[in-house]
Design a protein around this ligand. Sequence first.
Ligand code: IPE
Ligand code: IPE
Ligand code: MG
Length: 253
Amino acid sequence: MSSIKHVAIIMDGNGRWANRRLRPRIWGHVRGSAVVSDIVRAADDIGLKALTMYAFSTENWSRPLEEVSTLFRLLKKFLIKEKARILANNIKFKVIGEIQNLPHETISLIKEMEALTAEATGLKLTFAFNYGGRAEILRAVNAFHLNYPGRTMTENDLNDLMYRPETGDVDLMIRTGGEQRISNFLLWQMAYAEMYFTPTRWPDFTPSEFKKIIEHVSCRERRFGNVCGQTALEHSMEKAETNKSVFIKGANL
Ligand code: IPE
Ligand code: IPE
Ligand code: MG
């Protein structure tokens, strides 16, 4: 069984994709939004537990107003267009980020989708919208100190105060568009994530490339601080054996 259960995607390269075709950047976003639906379907098909997609960062507010409003419009369109399929496929949907600044209609659609899918047991689909990794951590730290003044925070405390704790750590982060950075995405959850950067721009990304990346990364050895070629269990068993023989040797001397 694949060790990749939670995939996070930075959907990048829409603007460059459009520019190369001498089209306005927003054309790239429109084409990119169709790919979102394809990749959600693929994630569901291959049985991933969680898929988190970076759709709008806290830094993206600095883009031209027309581009920002197009991204908002596309989120709304996705929620309307995909509603039936999300419900039919038992997908559990949530938006992470500060959504209170979005248009009222979009907030209602998000809340409605979250409520309708609250009991779903399939793929946990998350859109990071008006999301920033630092903001998420700060929000959690401030909430903790407000509720438990003077107490020391543990990793579990912080984990529980993330926007969507049940999705847990990211196993694989994919970034399209060729840049090799994480742009303030899921900073806490990606501590041990595998990283895969593809030059493919988001509107050209396909379910087939997505599946190939997952297959490829599943073959990488994830060591979590352990040594090469050994699982944690094998390693600890071997260590116990070595200690035993050192001890016996010592006793014989
Ligand atoms: C990613 O594509 C989409 C968002 C950030 C919302 P970009 O718009 O960043 O495309 P490039 O990186 O300029 O090509
Ligand atoms: C990251 O892409 C944010 C999203 C994909 C939503 P950007 O294109 O905004 O990232 P930078 O600014 O190039 O790092
Ligand atoms: Mg970009």
